[in-house]
Ligand binder design. Structure first.
Ligand code: NAD
Length: 267
């Protein structure tokens, strides 16, 4: 039995999701639409976005929207966010999800790769948030922003220098924006996923030996599913989290609990 639209948590809300047609972003877009929101889905590939839109649950008033742009391209992402404001007549929620990972030993890391990760994961987040804030400051929207970080905001990992630096920056950006805009009723939070089964992790997820090895380092004994990130993102964006701002919620099956200490090797 489907619930009526008035009982849906995000009925009438308008959401922008960067990198919203694949992996964790796809789960987030689907979850918002299921809960009644109109979703402006961003990604780099217009055709891919247009193919993805029909898979989103239909909402009673208005269609979902494809907003193609590279988040690290200032002009393109500004236009994409403006397009969403214009077509939807405003936005209530921004989810900065788009992110990339390029691995290299730190002594060999090509500057181009390091900069690419920073451009997408840090500058891309800044540009999306800046564009939305400009509108919200002007129109007085008490909006909510959720940024997808990573456990590598906290946990160092060899060959993850650019990624860890970018996610560490994101953690501080969340806290800065939260403080700067709290008095306007704008909330800003982050989620920090552990190992999640998305195309980003196809390298180990499709190899039974590697999958077992990864799982063995996670206290809960398994990687997470994209929906297990999407639901907490919806919670943080919702009125149920109305007094939460500046926080990063680690969603990692216990990965940040120093898994090695599960066995008593120190005494
Ligand atoms: P994914 O590679 O499956 O999806 C990333 C999405 O972002 C894709 O839709 C891609 O097209 C889009 N994207 C990439 N660069 C973009 C750009 N420049 N402009 C616009 N869109 C762009 O990855 P995922 O695993 O779903 O990751 C989503 C987010 O979650 C990332 O920020 C990632 O760092 C974070 N994260 C993922 C994991 C994990 O284990 N999968 C863990 C921690 C954090």
């Amino acid at each position: 039995m489907s619930s009526s639209c008035s009982t849906k948590r995000f009925a009438g809300k308008k959401v922008f999701v960067s990198g919203g047609s694949q992996g964790i972003g796809e789960a987030i877009s689907l979850a918002f639409a299921r809960e009644g929101a109109r979703v402006a889905v961003n990604g780099r590939n217009k055709e891919k976005l247009e193919k993805f839109l029909p898979s989103l649950p239909v909402v009673p008033k208005g269609a979902h929207l494809a907003c193609p742009a590279d988040v690290s391209d200032e002009k393109a992402i500004s236009q994409a966010v403006q397009q969403a404001f214009h077509e939807f007549g405003g936005l209530d929620i921004l989810v900065c999800n788009a992110g990339i990972l390029l691995e290299a030993p730190s002594e060999d890391i090509p500057l181009e790769d390091f900069m690419k990760v920073m451009n997408v994961n840090v500058t891309g987040v800044m540009l999306c948030v800046r564009e939305v804030l400009r509108h919200w400051v002007k129109d007085g929207t008490k909006g909510s922003i959720v940024i997808n970080s990573s456990v590598h905001q906290l946990i160092p990992k060899p060959a993850f220098l650019g990624y860890s630096a970018s996610k560490g920056a994101v953690g501080n950006m969340v806290r800065t924006w939260a403080l700067e805009y709290a008095s306007r009723g704008i909330r800003v939070n982050g989620v920090a996923p552990g190992a999640i089964l998305t195309p980003m992790n196809d390298g180990w997820a499709n190899d039974p030996e590697k999958y077992k090895a990864v799982s063995s380092h996670i206290p809960m004994g398994r990687p997470g599913e994209s929906d297990e990130i999407a639901e907490p993102v919806l919670f943080l964006a919702s009125d149920q989290a109305s007094y939460i701002t500046g926080q990063t919620l680690y969603i990692d099956g216990g990965l940040t609990l120093y898994a090695d200490f599960a066995k008593n090797w120190s005494t």
